[in-house]
Structure formats: C-alpha cells, structure tokens
Design a binder for this molecule. Structure first.
Ligand code: FAD
Length: 547
C-alpha cells in the first residue's frame, strides 16, 4: 500500500502552501526541527517544515546513535541534562520500540584508567537514579573473570572489573524521519530539498520566508506568524542573515565514527571505554559490524562536507587496538565512516569535550527564534520548550499543552518490544528466500517497522524478475523509499533510509549500479543528470572510506 510521500508528486502541495497563512515555519529537518514540527502540529499549529537537503542530512545522521543520558556529563555536574535525557530514554523507546532498542553497556575498570571501581560504581548509581531506571534494569558489577565471560576481547592484563548498565540504541536518521512522517500524517506540510533563502519581514518583524525548491530552482514565498530556525550547525548563518548574531554563538566540534567488519572486531556487546588519556569512547556492535567513536575537535571547515581525516582515523584505531586484546586493526580494515558536527553553545576557555551539551533558545528583535545545542535524546523536551514559549507569548496561537509523550511514531505501531522481536523471528520463517538470518531480520524491522512485511511481500512478487533474490528485495526497498519516503538523491537511500553505506557497504556496492539505474528510471533522468548523481554518489563512497 502506497503511503504517498514522493518528491515526484509534491509540486502542487508546494504551490498550495504558498497560499496558506501558517502559524509556524520550521527551518531544518534534523531531529530538532522534526521534534518541533510534531509538537506543533499535535497542538493544532498550522505548520510548515523546510529542509534544504535531505531530512537528517546534517548532524542527525552522524551521531553515536545512542538514546542516552550521557554518563560522562556527570563529571561536569550536568545533573539537569543527565536527568532529563535519562528519563526521556524510556519514553522514546515506548513511542518507537522498533527504533529505540535497549542496549546493555559494559564499562570496563582497567589499571591506570580514568575510573576506579568505586567512582564508576557511584557514577552509574547516580546515573540510574537520575534516569529513574527500574530496579531490575539497574547496574550490575562483575569481577574480572565474569567480565571476561561477557566480553572476551577485554584485555586480561589490565582488566580489574566491569560495570554493566542500561542504555538505548537507535538509528538517528530514521528516528528523525519517522517524526517528520508522523508530523506530516497529522497535517504538517514538510519538504526536503527546499531551502530557506531569505527571511521576509514586515516592519522589521519576520513574517515568512522565501524558499527555493532545490530539485528545480523554483522559488516560493511562504507566510507565517513565526519562524523557528532549528538549522543545527547552520543556525548562526541564519542569525547572521537576520542581523541578530550577537551574544552567545555556536562552537562546532567534529565527531567521527569508524566501522569494522564484525570478524575484525568481534564484540559481543557494547563497550564504553577509556582511551587512556581520559577520553571515553564507544564500541558498538550492530547488524554484523562494529563501530567505534567518537572524536571531539574544533571545526571551521565546509559545513556541507564533513569527513573523517587521517588524524581522526589513526586516533580511533590506536585507541581501539589499545583497549582490546589481540586486536590489531589497520586503516585498511575500516569499511566505512561518518563525521558530524556538534552545534554546541560556545563557552570561552573550555576544551571541546568540556563544552555543555545543553540546548539554548535565542530570540531576536525581529521575532526569529533559533534553537541549538542539545542532544538527539532530548528532542522532545527541546520541542516542548519552543512550543511553550510560542504559546505563552501569543494568544492567537493554539493554547494547548505538549502531548508528544503519547504520540506513537509509526502509522502502524508495535505495542511493545516483544512484538518487535517476534516480527524478527516471523519474517525469517515466512520469507526464508529473502531474510536469511537474524542480521537481515533486524535490518528490515529496525528500519521499516511493521512496513517491513509490506516491503517483503512486494519483493516476493519481484522474485521472478531477478536471478538474485536480494536484488528483488533491494528493488522493493528502493521503490518504497522513492514513493513513500521522499528520497531524491541516491545518498538519501544509501545513508538515511537504510544505513547501508555505514553498516552494510558490501551490500550497497553489490547493488550500486542497479540502484542508480532504478533512480534514473523513476525520475526519468537524462544523461547529464545520471552523470551528476553518479559522480556525487561515488564521491560519497570515497568520503566514507569504503574499501
Ligand atoms: P541537524 O541534524 O544538523 O539539522 C539541521 C538541519 O537544518 C540540517 O539537516 C540542515 O540541512 C538544515 N538546514 C540548514 N540550513 C537550512 C536552510 N537554509 N533551509 C532549510 N534547511 C536548512 N546525541 C545523542 O542524544 N546521542 C548520541 O549518541 C549522540 N552522539 C553524537 C555524536 C556526534 C559525533 C555528534 C556530532 C553529535 C552527537 N549527538 C548525540 C548530538 C546530536 O546528534 C545532535 O544534537 C542533533 O543531531 C542535532 O540535531 P539538529 O536537528 O539540531 O541539527
């Protein structure tokens, strides 16, 4: 069943939007903008969201992909932040159980490490307490022998003990996309590849925007009582155009992750480890690979192309080799990588990793509202703060309260996590020719939720057309992405709808030409477009170090 969310058929909707008087225009389709759009539409605001590139193409597809309180922020006494994000974890898991998975994290206590068993245990207890973690989910302490049974790769010579505690793992881009799709389902107008070009003003007050449809260059004017900029690393650029860039500004820091085949870094479970210089890193197994990150360094380069540099690569490999027993990874073992920018609020004199992760709202004299900082995990609370602010300052706007803690993020949601796991079992027995093994089952259900079933049905109908059953599945996934998930560039599919570039690059390479051919057919690309999109996609593979 088509749910009809396609770039190809959106022109009329764009034209219609230029005749509507909106209550709110949201700039930016990352997690922050997506959360704001959903909160707004559920309160009855007439809302439009514009994203210049693809949804979640900024920082919101480049995170560590954890829904977490951030244990390390306790060191900086960020009690409020840890409490709020810690408590949000269970709420977001409940709203999208196929997207937000419980994940046990192991914190090894090692000789000469930054934590002693006492400080680590105390920190995790405070963390559990602040997050309101239930008694059964609370931390467990293991001695050296027990810890080695949990994770064989830990270094026998330096390991003293380990603490296991509860976190959640997600797919940041899919989470952002599901928020956007839900907002759309509830009446919000949302467009990717539609860029804010200029703010419009009446008597010095923002009253709308001029935007460009990036697929064909057409210009549109949209009117609105308020404009909120949730443009992540681009927030200060928009404040600058509004002549309101004064006071606090952004500090952008780069964070890189690298990916290994599971056989090269065969982690049994997620580890939060020490780089022996006081920085903490994550190593996380997922869908048959393991990824490690992150770095945290100041950044002043091109916001639209952020890549893993040689120093980032060497640092992450060295820290991983130092930590794990018998692991001697080389640059050529890296199968993929991603790099993103944290839009932090500057605090002069602090090191990059010490700057607070708290969000902040800026109101300019022109009425432009900007929000930056924060975390993926806190998206709902950030949105609530923005919407409460608008509601309280203007009686013409709907005066309702936030209800997003009850809005499930899928049109056909799972009741609970047990249903998610049952579906993973079920599709392996129902579609054995297409879903071979638990990794593929997780890929399908984690990405597509209950719609995985519909995609697999379509793939089954396509089986006769393909020698390789996996190509039939790829075709079904791709058509769902083009018709129902607003994909425009091949990278939207490779990275943000499927995560394939990061987590299954070999599958992507196998079907690369086929995917481009299908895109060309769907959009009726001419030969110039084919070359353009193909070279963009190849550049992306190069940037991601796919070997
Ligand atoms: P973005 O995702 O960057 O979205 C802004 C959007 O605005 C972009 O898509 C951009 O294209 C669009 N835009 C810009 N200009 C315009 C314009 N003129 N017109 C229209 N659109 C425009 N948080 C966690 O909770 N858990 C984690 O594990 C975690 N790990 C992280 C690891 C790293 C390496 C980094 C960098 C961050 C991490 N974070 C994590 C933080 C989290 O990822 C960010 O706080 C969050 O993604 C920021 O989202 P955003 O929507 O504000 O910005």
């Amino acid at each position: 069943m088509s749910r009809g969310f396609s770039i190809k058929t959106r022109k009329k909707e764009l034209e219609k939007c230029s005749t509507i008087d909106f209550d709110l225009i949201v700039i930016g389709g990352g997690i922050t903008g997506a959360g704001i759009a959903l909160d707004a539409v559920t309160r009855g605001f007439k809302t439009l969201l514009l994203e210049k590139s693809d949804f979640a193409s900024g920082t919101s597809s480049k995170s560590t992909k954890l829904i977490h309180g951030g244990l390390r922020y306790l060191k900086q006494f960020e009690i409020g932040l840890v409490r709020e994000s810690g408590r949000e974890r269970a709420i977001v898991h409940n709203l999208a159980p196929h997207l937000v998975h419980p994940e046990k994290m192991l914190l090894p206590i090692v000789k000469h490490g930054s934590f002693s068993q006492f400080t680590a245990s105390l920190a995790v207890s405070v963390y559990d307490y602040l997050a309101g973690v239930s008694r059964v989910e609370r931390k467990e302490i293991f001695n050296k022998e027990e810890a080695l049974k949990l994770e064989l790769l830990l270094d026998k010579d330096t390991l003293k003990a380990a603490i296991r505690y509860s976190e959640y793992r997600t797919d940041d881009a899919r989470l952002s996309f599901e928020l956007i799709r839900k907002a759309r389902e509830l009446g919000c107008h949302v467009f990717n590849y539609c860029k804010l070009d200029q703010l419009s003003y009446k008597e010095g007050i923002v009253n709308g925007v001029e935007a460009i449809d990036m697929t064909d260059g057409a210009r549109f004017k949209f009117k609105s009582k308020y404009v909120v900029s949730a443009a992540g690393p681009w927030v200060d650029g928009i404040r600058n155009n509004d002549h309101s860039l004064k006071g606090k500004q952004l500090r952008l820091t780069k964070g890189v992750h690298i990916v290994f085949r599971h056989e090269d870094l065969p982690l049994k479970q997620a580890i939060y480890f020490d780089d022996f210089k006081g920085r903490m890193l994550f190593a996380i197994p997922r869908w048959g690979v393991s990824y490690v990150g992150t770095t945290d360094t100041d950044y002043a380069g091109n916001l639209d192309r952020v890549v893993c540099g040689e120093n980032d690569l060497q640092y992450l490999i060295e820290a991983t080799n130092n930590m794990f027993d018998g692991i001697e990874l080389k640059a050529s073992d890296v199968i993929s990588s991603w790099a993103g920018l944290r839009p932090l609020i500057s605090e002069p004199g602090k090191k990059a990793s010490e700057v607070s992760r708290k969000d902040e709202i800026f109101e300019s004299d022109s009425g432009l509202i900007s929000i930056a900082g924060g975390k993926l995990t806190g998206y709902r609370k950030m949105a609530k703060r923005v919407l409460d602010l608008l509601r309280d300052k203007d009686r013409r706007l709907p005066q309702s309260n936030c209800i997003t803690d009850t809005v499930k993020l899928s049109s056909v949601p799972f009741k609970d996590y047990r249903e998610v796991n049952n579906m993973k079992q079920q599709i392996q027995s129902e579609f054995p020719e297409l879903v071979q093994g638990p990794v593929m089952a997780s890929y399908m259900v984690d990405n597509y939720g209950i719609h995985a079933g519909t995609i697999l049905e379509s793939a089954r109908h396509l089986l006769t057309k393909h020698k390789d059953p996996d190509q039939a599945l790829m075709q079904a996934e791709l058509h769902s992405a083009l018709e129902d998930e607003a994909c425009y560039r091949p990278e939207d599919f490779f990275i943000r709808r499927t995560g394939m570039l990061y987590f299954a690059p070999e599958r992507l390479l196998k079907h690369f030409d086929f995917i481009l051919d299908e895109y060309a057919r769907f959009f009726s690309w001419d030969s110039v477009s084919i070359e353009k999109f193909k070279s963009e996609a190849l550049q992306l593979l190069k940037d991601s170090l796919v070997t």
